[in-house]
Design a protein around this ligand. Sequence first.
Ligand code: NOJ
Ligand code: CA
Length: 621
Amino acid sequence: MRSSSDPKAGQSPGTGQPDWYRRAVFYEVPVRGFYDANGDGIGDLRGLQEKLEYLQWLGVDCLWLLPFYPSPMRDGGYDISDFMNIHPDLGTTDDLVLLLDDAHRRGIRIIADLVMNHTSDEHPWFIESRSSRTNPRADWYVWSDDDKRWPEARVVFVDVETSNWTWDPVRGQFFWHRFYSHQPDLNYDNPDVEAAMLGIVRHWLDLGLDGFRLDAISYLFQRDGTTGESLPETHALLRRLRKEIDAAYPERVLLAEANQWPADLVDFFGQGDECQMCFHFPLMPRLFMAVRREQRFPVTEILSQSPEIPPTCQWAIFLRNHDELSLEKVSEEERDYMVAEYAKDPRMQRNLGIGRRLAPLLDGDRGLAELLVALLLSLPGSPVLYYGDELLMGDNVYLGDRDSVRTPMQWSPDRNAGFSKGDFAQLYLPPLMDPVFGYQSVNVEAQQRSPSSFLHWMRRMLQVRKSYLQFGTGGFETVDCANPSVLAYVRVPEAHGQSGVAGDAPLTARAEVGPAVQPGAPESPGLPESRALPESPALPESPGDPQSPVLCVHNLSRFAQPAWLDLVRWAGRTPVELLGRVPFPPVAGGLTHMTLGPHGFYWFELVAESALHPEPALEDL
Ligand code: NOJ
Ligand code: CA
């Protein structure tokens, strides 16, 4: 078995696809909440490995694991007390290596959270730092005799914290923290801290991780007279980090978590020399706003404010994640609107956002969920799915902090949702048991058996997306339409005028990383062989021509809508609907008319005449 001490551990899979993340579908997994292999009530790395078969079947390309490091767990593991190990609840380093190997064999990559900004106050570095003003790590954290400095820096966790300074009676000084007062910020003005963090980065990349989600990355430095967000020093550090990684670890990705406005977000891409990916935080609440207002404006406005990004970079777009639905990057008026619409009960609010999952936010409206997922899969960027949302899982707003959206994955109607064989009382959180979203009605087993389930629909949509590289790497052009409830755009091939990034062939993802393991294959520790995973209802053959533009038309209204689309630029092409491969009448010279059902959407390949009626070959004449 490969282990952390094996010098060969973690060698790059070497697939020749340095920008794989631009075509990938990401899936966020809290290991603790996914599957419990040893029956102690807590999900673990071995449990996740057992469920790789399911994730492969679903069609995701890259897992993002929430922090798996030792931690007192006062912030879901983002309060790290040892960066170099695995939390004993979740397993061992060898378990991680096994997971990585198995995932890579299946064509699935894995990135993990890296929390550079802060540690737990139980981390030995902090214990040493607070012990005196002269110890070797005395300035590894940010200390001050008063709590007056940097008043411009906002408090993030407004539900529980009133200041970014906390008094430490041991050292007799205040320490700086952007999050909980048990999470002191590291001091990156000390080069030893950066060097220590680089060592941590190398440790995990050596084991085979495919990259990191950089938690809270905008907060690394503080400077007088600033908010302490996205400072030039932070970007310089990111460039150094990227250079180190590029030099020794090909095909790894850095994904920035920076809750900023678009103009500041793009700085995290640098000139293509900082993070390859960055979450598009402002887009997310505007998707929810647009469907509630039944108007495309919130989405089109924020997209028009989103600058071009370097050709090797990619937005990470998402609907929900393990935190509250953040309303930091909306106006106060918009925030009031969102809270009034989506958090009618004050118990649903968390900090400046809403602690609910996708399905309950939408009152369980499947058509609306399909519309939002269609937008997620077709707007510019790589989609990041949140575990359980492929089932339309619910939430529990009576749980504290953000645990409302972190309940156990619902695998089956069996005890503990099939998540754990432990006693109910042992579970890290109770599974949902309400009559609407509870595990007896919402679970993987039931949805796999039902060809019309949301799960099968999602799987088919992922298949379609992967047949058309345009969704990942294509350019984006909005289509004029007088009806404000209709959002239409074309994903044109070859964004940024770039062509031919190595390996840019249709749907080779399964073979990218290593020999693919077929779902249900005997070596898989998932379901027993006799219960091979079900096929989704067949789709017509879709070759997915990477040279065709793809037209996406979405009705944000709950009522049927007419749409007159300006497709003159594509006149003569035939729209072929992507799910059924049904040809529609060719695009004519004037406006093109379309009727959309409530929350309906269509995706079309705009096929050139020559592709539909190719010139007969000589031998056919
Ligand atoms: C962002 C993470 O997503 C959140 O869960 C965490 O509480 C903060 N960073 C602090 O680490
Ligand atoms: Ca366990």
